[in-house]
Design a protein around this ligand. Structure first.
Ligand code: NAD
Length: 265
């Protein structure tokens, strides 16, 4: 039987790693011995990097906006200057987007969602790819959403970007599989985070109502609850590892079964 290769020595870049699912992904990769570059537009990457470093692993924070061309090119250059290589890219940074019927949402809000969720994934992939192509166990994990394969109420921009990321994942698998880079997507369902700080920005009663609604919806799906960020992160870490060496172009739901049925309750 072939021995599992150690992942120590490899380097991962996790976008949006300053909190939520990205934070858990950074920790899960570090637990496998991977050195982690953590990028976030907001504060948070420093705290996460410090926590990982205090556990004896190597992590470096980066403060960049992945929707911006120059910043994303700089980000990848800085990671290469620091670590000398890049093996794993996790395109996790994302925003929840506008909330409303398509004809009611602002063009600016639509553009912003496309810009962070889709263009950001494109830019990080574009600048990381030449370095991934230099390594032998390279891989990309795109964090899409169950909302990329179903329609969700009042989220046209978000659903459009996540659906695009799902099929971009398949397309990239076709082009880069022969070149040695595996590319998969993870589709979380209801995860207990504050995507885009939406809840934090609401008045207390509305924030509580939003949390209650999510809990109620999650309770109706087969596993009956929201997931923790770690439950998503461990699947990402598996896909990044050589245990997933024959997986590319896979669309992996981590959703408590919610997209397997239309029977909810
Ligand atoms: N929470 C859920 O229920 C859920 C469900 C499905 C998919 N997702 C996806 O998981 C990913 C992570 O979401 P989360 O729930 O952890 O949200 P979150 O808001 O807690 O974390 C997202 C992180 O991305 C960062 N970010 C946003 N825009 C950025 C930019 N332009 N450049 C760099 N960093 C940026 C934010 O500052 C934040 O730290 C997103 O892609 C989201 O769409 C989340």
């Amino acid at each position: 039987m072939e021995k599992q290769q150690t992942m120590s020595g490899r380097v991962a870049l996790v976008t949006g790693g300053g909190r939520g699912i990205g934070e858990a992904i950074a920790h899960s990769l570090a637990d496998l011995g991977v050195r982690v570059a953590i990028c976030d537009i907001h504060d948070g990457a420093e705290r996460v990097a410090a926590a990982i470093s205090s556990e004896g692993q190597r992590a470096v924070p980066y403060h960049y906006d992945i929707s911006d061309v120059e910043q994303t090119a700089d980000l990848v250059n800085s990671v290469i200057n620091e670590f000398g290589r890049l093996d794993i890219l996790v395109n996790n940074a994302g925003i929840g987007g506008a909330h409303g019927l398509l004809h009611e949402i602002n063009v600016e809000d639509w553009d912003r969602t496309i810009s962070v969720n889709l263009r950001g994934t494109f830019l990080a992939t574009k600048y990381a790819m030449p370095h991934l192509l230099e390594q032998t166990h390279s891989t990309i994990i795109n964090i899409a959403s169950t909302y990329g394969i179903i329609g969700a109420p009042l989220a046209p921009d978000y659903c459009a970007t996540k659906g695009a990321i799902v099929n971009l994942t398949r397309q990239l698998a076709v082009d880069y599989g022969p070149l040695g880079v595996r590319i998969n997507a993870v589709l979380p369902g209801y995860i207990d985070t504050d995507l885009g700080g939406r809840r934090a920005n609401l008045p207390k009663d509305q924030a509580e109502e939003m949390f209650r609604r999510r809990e109620t919806s999650a309770a109706l799906q087969p596993l009956g609850r929201q997931a923790t960020t770690t439950e998503v992160a461990r699947v990402v870490a598996f896909l990044a590892s050589d245990d997933a060496s024959f997986m590319t172009g896979s669309i992996v739901t981590v959703d408590g079964g919610c997209t397997s049925t239309f029977y909810h309750g």
